[in-house]
Design a protein around this ligand. Structure first.
Ligand SMILES: Cc1ncc(COP(=O)(O)O)c(C=O)c1O
Length: 413
């Protein structure tokens, strides 16, 4: 079998729809400044699809810091991997400030969030160790687990009893191999918006010996009294042994970081393959991250505004009769029932006739017959945006229930 022939014949679960979807449902182009109102196909749309939680992406101080840093340092500096030639005072300052922000001894910066998770998992465990992880973990965790040469056990999503059962199995095995156990879960699950059961898992440390690694991509900046993450929110940050935050969401940047005990981070600096064999994070990103962190610390009102919009949106949707499931974070999924063609027509109606842009999740990501419209509120949305959206959603769900989206496409795109 020729590799190219195989690829041409099987385009993958999403790729098989590329011809009809490209540019509209997939790879859409949102243009203009990152904001609640952006241009899509020449028209302004109310946009609920970006994780710009605190509204920092287009904050004037952030834009200025980014531009000044790019002008001063260029995008190339520093050249080489951190270990060889790419270190700087700013990289170390950012690591120190992030450590203080998330309440850990030390931090390692990583060029990309996804790659950081994969590589950190790979770095922390060897073939004798056992991984226990949540079944609904993000792809970066699953890929990290795939690299693991030893055994892994998966527990049902946020199911404490199943986690305990898998820990029992893992403990038996680790006793035989002489290895340790790494439990991996998330602070906030990005699809349903439910927090991971961090406090409960931390409490299992009285029964089992393991280390807990938490991917808090959606929690950093949004959760906890200080924005320091879901561990603070649940009052168990000290029980999280390794903490991951991305810059791709609240920070409105690119990159990420891992925080832990000093000796663990030192080990990672010298053993984490994605960092020792890759170029250092460019200076404008480092300086830009420092500015964002400063604003997060100085302006708790951004987080408070995010939560005000979140509560208005979620309470308003529930009051209007919508099902939003178990979210206890800003991530707001709206669950509806319908086929994929109905979901397609509904999204077209929402975009073309209501000028609302949000992402849609359908089978195979969720069970057949389920449609999820996923809304991400931010600190820069307004209560008018919220009310307009709930009103529009009430209209489209009425059309959905009365079968109006069953016909052929209602509008050509
Ligand atoms: C839970 C989770 N982990 C990791 C990542 C990857 O982070 P990044 O976009 O910084 O690569 C994401 C998505 O951005 C995510 O949602």
């Amino acid at each position: 079998m020729d590799i190219f022939e195989k690829i041409k014949n099987n385009r993958g679960p999403i790729g098989q729809h590329a011809k009809e979807s490209h540019g509209y449902f997939t790879f859409p182009k949102l243009e203009g400044d990152i904001a609640p109102h952006m241009t899509f196909r020449g028209r302004k749309r109310l946009n609920w699809s970006l994780n710009n939680y605190l509204g920092l992406a287009n904050h004037p101080k952030v834009r200025k810091a980014d531009a000044d840093a790019a002008a001063q340092y260029g995008l190339a500096a520093p050249m080489g991997a951190r270990m060889m030639s790419g270190n700087s005072n700013f990289h170390e300052q950012l690591e120190n400030e992030l450590s203080a922000f998330v309440g850990k001894q030390d931090t390692i910066l990583c060029n990309f969030g996804y790659q950081a998770m994969v590589s950190a998992i790979d770095c922390l465990v060897d073939r004798r160790d056992v991984i226990v992880y949540d079944a609904e973990s993000h792809a970066c965790i699953l890929d990290g687990v795939r690299l693991h040469m030893g055994k892994r056990y998966v527990f049902k999503h946020n199911d404490l009893e199943d986690c305990r059962k898998q820990l029992e199995r893992a403990t038996k095995l680790a006793d035989e191999t002489g290895g340790g156990i790494l439990v991996i879960t998330e602070g906030v699950f990005g699809m349903r918006g439910d927090q991971g059961i961090l406090k409960e898992i931390v409490a299992l440390k009285s029964e089992f010996k393991f280390r807990l690694f938490v991917d808090d991509a959606h929690g950093i900046g949004t959760m906890g009294h200080n924005g320091g993450g879901t561990g603070f929110e649940q009052n168990c940050q000290d029980g999280i042994d390794v903490y991951f935050g991305t810059f791709a969401k609240s920070f409105a940047l690119t990159g990420g970081f891992i925080s832990s005990d000093e000796q663990v981070i030192e080990y990672m600096r010298y053993n984490m393959r994605s960092q020792i064999f890759a170029k250092s994070m460019p200076m404008p990103l480092v300086v830009g991250a420092l500015k964002r962190l400063e604003l997060m610390r100085k302006h708790p009102e951004y987080r408070e505004k995010l939560w005000e919009i979140t509560r208005a949106l979620q309470n308003g949707l529930v009051k209007a009769g919508f099902e939003i499931g178990v979210t206890n974070s800003p991530v707001t999924p709206v669950y509806m029932n319908g086929s994929i063609p109905e979901a397609t027509n509904l999204i077209i109606d929402l975009r073309e006739n209501f000028d609302i842009f949000c992402s849609m999740v359908v089978y195979p990501v969720v069970p057949k017959g389920m449609i999820i419209l996923r809304l991400i509120p931010t600190a820069v949305h307004t209560l008018d945006d919220v009310n307009y959206t709930i009103d529009a959603f009430s209209k489209i769900v009425h059309k959905l229930k009365s079968g109006q989206y069953m016909a052929d496409k209602i509008a050509s795109v």
